[in-house]
Design a protein around this ligand. Structure first.
Ligand SMILES: CC(C)(COP(=O)(O)OP(=O)(O)OC[C@H]1O[C@@H](n2cnc3c(N)ncnc32)[C@H](O)[C@@H]1OP(=O)(O)O)[C@@H](O)C(=O)NCCC(=O)NCCS
Length: 178
């Protein structure tokens, strides 16, 4: 488990062979690898992903092709607003991007949890993530509101981070229209 998954599968085979499921405890290591290889996400410890797979499996989705995890969405129900699922991280291996895998993981999350509201935070420069959540919102006929959430004052001065905008997608219909 050291390098990004390669594939020679044609698009149609990826679409038909992919499966979506909650993570098992043993998937934490693969989720960590996908996050690391994304070269984009804040990388947490392998322990954190394994703990997540144990305690937040109901609101987490892994995408699997040919027995290998190639993407994941981590989420949790907000303690003060449990009907809302907060998406913490989403990533798909580089070689599997552009096949609708991230969007289908979000579809699976909604179908499984029955939530009608999803939140996430995105930095202003992450166009792929913005496009993903805009597409997801559009296909579910939802409202999509963007407001500031975390700014430089919320992060340590000696470990600064980009401001994070809150994307709140509400009124999500269970069945997406494509
Ligand atoms: C963001 C990411 C998860 C998207 O995964 P993906 O499986 O390629 O996305 P999908 O194929 O499901 O695309 C969903 C929509 O987003 C659009 N999109 C995806 N990547 C895009 C890009 N780089 N530029 C513009 N639009 C993009 C797609 O065109 C699609 O829109 P459509 O339904 O209107 O056609 C992937 O690029 C990734 O892992 N990035 C690194 C990690 C990251 O930045 N995560 C988000 C922050 S937590």
């Amino acid at each position: 488990m050291t390098s990004t998954r390669q594939t020679t599968l044609p698009t149609e085979d990826i679409r038909t062979q992919i499966t979506f499921r909650p993570p098992a405890l043993t998937d934490g290591a693969a989720m960590w690898r996908v996050a690391r290889d994304s070269a984009r996400l804040d990388l947490n410890s392998p322990y954190a992903y394994t703990l997540w797979a144990r305690d937040f499996a109901d609101t987490t989705v892994v995408a699997e092709v040919d027995g290998e995890v190639v993407g994941f969405v981590t989420g949790y129900r907000r303690p003060t607003e449990p009907e809302t699922v907060m998406v913490w991280q989403v990533a798909v291996d580089d070689n599997f991007r552009g096949h609708g895998i991230a969007r289908r993981m979000l579809d699976e999350l909604v179908a499984r949890t029955g939530t009608t509201t999803v939140e996430t935070t995105i930095t202003d420069d992450n166009q792929a993530s913005q496009a993903l959540f805009t597409s997801f919102s559009d296909h579910h006929g939802a409202d999509h509101e963007v407001t500031p959430l975390f700014t430089s004052v919320h992060f340590p001065a000696d470990a600064p981070a980009e401001p994070e905008l809150l994307h709140r997608i509400s009124g999500i219909s269970a069945q997406p229209v494509y």
